[in-house]
Ligand binder design. Structure first.
Ligand SMILES: Cc1cc2nc3c(=O)[nH]c(=O)nc-3n(C[C@H](O)[C@H](O)[C@H](O)COP(=O)(O)OP(=O)(O)OC[C@H]3O[C@@H](n4cnc5c(N)ncnc54)[C@H](O)[C@@H]3O)c2cc1C
Ligand SMILES: *[C@@H]1O[C@H](CO)[C@@H](O)[C@H](O)[C@H]1NC(C)=O
Ligand SMILES: *[C@@H]1O[C@H](CO)[C@@H](O)[C@H](O)[C@H]1NC(C)=O
Length: 533
């Protein structure tokens, strides 16, 4: 019975969601026509606006909806679907869509790459419209000034490719998965394998363009310092629609080195992990040593620890460095692959299919399956005994994996209130919990969700406390949800403090100023102060 610990709490959430759902159903047809008419009166090319609206009866509706729905947990017929999908082709369309959704009083969900782990960009409990930004894919690179203007609907792969097209010695620090969208990733933090050298994506944003709740287009100069701060880590969706970000590029060497070393428990993986905790957060900041821990073997009887590395330099140097600092890794030159930075992006993407650099432009290079993620921060090393106990639990559960992402380096230098992302100095590494599956039905989803929650609960003694913090871009509705829809302030405090710690307060102030009526809300948006009667 211990296994079911977290379930009563969850059924309360589910129950409350149903209660908050009992608003009158909006007639689909009338929404289509009202919205269409509104768009026509608010755009300069009224004849063409019907091309950007997909009603539920449209033959393409399902394929448009699914095109960027990246988690199979949220594509089944039982999941609530949008009344309309709007696919703007110009900034003007975005402005008009905000004004019109607001005037008819329907919730607007904004989607760029659709990688939200809880489907927040394309699922809702009440009536809603999706504003799908996929037409906004341009990436303009200015090598001379070392900047790029990247539109919200571009993928990270497109960003990396377009930079590489123009320069072999520039890159951008962002996530490892090329299909992730700029709109969610950059507004919510954005980390990748150059973070120890260069910090997060949000640490390199110079300017932004956003459509606010009044339908105005604002940039850094016109939106003001507070809003510009908020949309660099606080999530875009609470504040408006991000059209684009202007970012500063970073220098990358002509040759970088990648390698992967695996060890099972029988090969002393536990000692390896003990030493990893001493090395990975403190070593040379050009070196990123991700640690992946998986139950493997016949009946998942052991744990495999894999160290996946990027070194912004040559193989000889990293072999010498790790020979001194991390002898248990037993890194040999033969295990190292020297390559161009752009090829390391393909290597890290796990495109084990001989894909070339061009694959980075393919937004459909994605295997859609069901998954669930959670996160934690570790501030003191886990002891050998602690690790052994964790392995035992992972083997018992059988499928849930852990990924340790080392911090340190540049992450320690950026003040924790410079951006809304608060997890800077003092954090050794972030844990990502992950479970993915293909089975549909047969209780698979319930089983895997309960297993990942159990592992998260077992980890309590080893991770951050008061608050037990989490990474906003690893969306996890278990840690708190707007049970009362758009108007609940107390609910917002629960997840808000876990994601943003002390920065939550400033985010609420910004939100209350720019969107006092809380039009831009979702399951985990920043709440605005209740409006005084
Ligand atoms: C396979 C995979 C790998 C990942 N790897 C990493 C990684 O290496 N590093 C990392 O930091 N994260 C990683 N993530 C998490 C990822 O950064 C977040 O899920 C991110 O929010 C995805 O952005 P998106 O535009 O694709 O998502 P969406 O689902 O489109 O959006 C996510 C959220 O942002 C909002 N949003 C989207 N576009 C806009 C916009 N234009 N204006 C305002 N709000 C907007 C949405 O409404 C939603 O709330 C990964 C996720 C997946 C699925
Ligand atoms: C479906 O929607 C698209 C975009 O609005 C439109 O061009 C097309 O004519 C619609 N098709 C049908 C069958 O209604
Ligand atoms: C594991 O560590 C023990 C004790 O240090 C050592 O004797 C043994 O050779 C190691 N095993 C492997 C496979 O490296």
């Amino acid at each position: 019975m211990e296994k079911l610990n977290s379930l009563p709490f969850l059924s309360v959430i589910v129950l409350l969601l149903h209660v908050s759902n009992s608003q009158p159903t909006t007639s689909r047809d009338s929404v289509y026509h009202t919205f269409l008419q509104c768009l026509q009166t608010h755009t300069n090319q009224p004849d063409h606006v019907s091309d950007i609206i997909y009603a539920q009866t449209n033959a393409s509706y399902t394929s448009v909806l699914r095109a960027f729905a990246r988690n199979a947990r949220f594509t089944s017929p039982s999941v609530q679907k949008p009344l309309l999908i709007v696919t703007p082709q110009s900034e003007h369309h975005v402005q008009a869509s905000v004004v019109c959704a607001k005037s008819i009083g329907v919730q607007l969900k904004i989607r760029s790459g659709g990688h939200d782990f809880e489907g927040v960009s394309y699922v809702s409990q009440g009536p809603f419209i999706i504003l799908d930004m996929f037409n906004f894919q341009s990436v303009t690179v200015d090598v001379r000034n070392e900047i790029a203007v990247i539109e919200a609907g571009a993928s990270l792969g497109q960003v990396y490719y377009r930079i590489w097209e123009k320069s072999k010695v520039h890159g951008f620090p962002a996530g490892a998965c090329p299909t992730v969208g700029v709109g969610g990733h950059l507004s919510g933090g954005g980390y990748g394998n150059m973070m120890r050298k260069h910090g997060l994506s949000v640490d390199h944003i110079l300017d932004a363009k956003i459509v606010d709740v009044k339908g105005r287009i604002l940039d850094k100069a016109t939106m003001g310092e507070d809003l510009f701060w908020a949309i660099r880590g606080g999530g875009g969706a609470s504040f408006g629609v991000i059209l684009s970000y202007t970012v500063k590029l970073v220098a990358v060497p002509e040759v970088v080195t990648v390698f992967q070393v695996d060890k099972t428990l029988e090969q002393n993986a536990t000692d390896l992990v003990v030493q990893w905790q001493q090395v990975a957060p403190h070593t040379d900041d050009r070196l990123y040593l991700r640690l992946v821990l998986q139950p493997v073997g016949k009946a998942q009887k052991t744990i495999r620890a894999s160290v996946e590395a990027l070194f912004l330099g040559e193989a000889n140097e990293v072999v010498t460095l790790l020979g001194k600092e991390f002898p248990l890794l037993e890194l040999k030159k033969e295990l190292c692959h020297e390559m161009r930075w752009i090829d390391s992006v393909v290597w890290w993407a796990n495109y084990n299919d001989g894909s070339s650099v061009n694959a980075l432009l393919d937004r459909n290079h994605y295997w859609v399956h069901s998954n669930k993620r959670k996160s934690d921060y570790v501030q003191t090393p886990i002891s050998r005994n602690g690790l052994t106990w964790i392995w035992k639990k992972m083997i018992e559960l059988g499928k849930v994996e852990l990924v340790f992402n080392p911090y340190g380096g540049k992450m320690n230098e950026v003040p924790s209130d410079a951006t809304p992302f608060p997890h800077r100095a003092g954090n050794l590494y972030k844990i990502q919990y992950t479970v993915s599956w293909q089975e549909a039905g047969g209780g698979a989803e319930e089983r895997f969700l309960s297993e990942i929650r159990m592992l998260h609960s077992y980890m309590t003694p080893f991770v951050s406390k008061n608050p037990r913090s989490a990474y906003f871009n690893y969306r996890d509705l278990d840690i708190g949800i707007n049970r009362h829809g758009k108007d609940n302030f107390e609910d917002g405090e629960v997840y808000g403090i876990k994601y943003f710690k002390k920065n939550f307060e400033r985010l609420v102030k910004v939100k209350s100023k720019v969107d006092p009526e809380n039009f831009f809300w979702n399951e985990q948006s920043i709440p605005s102060y209740p409006i005084k009667a």
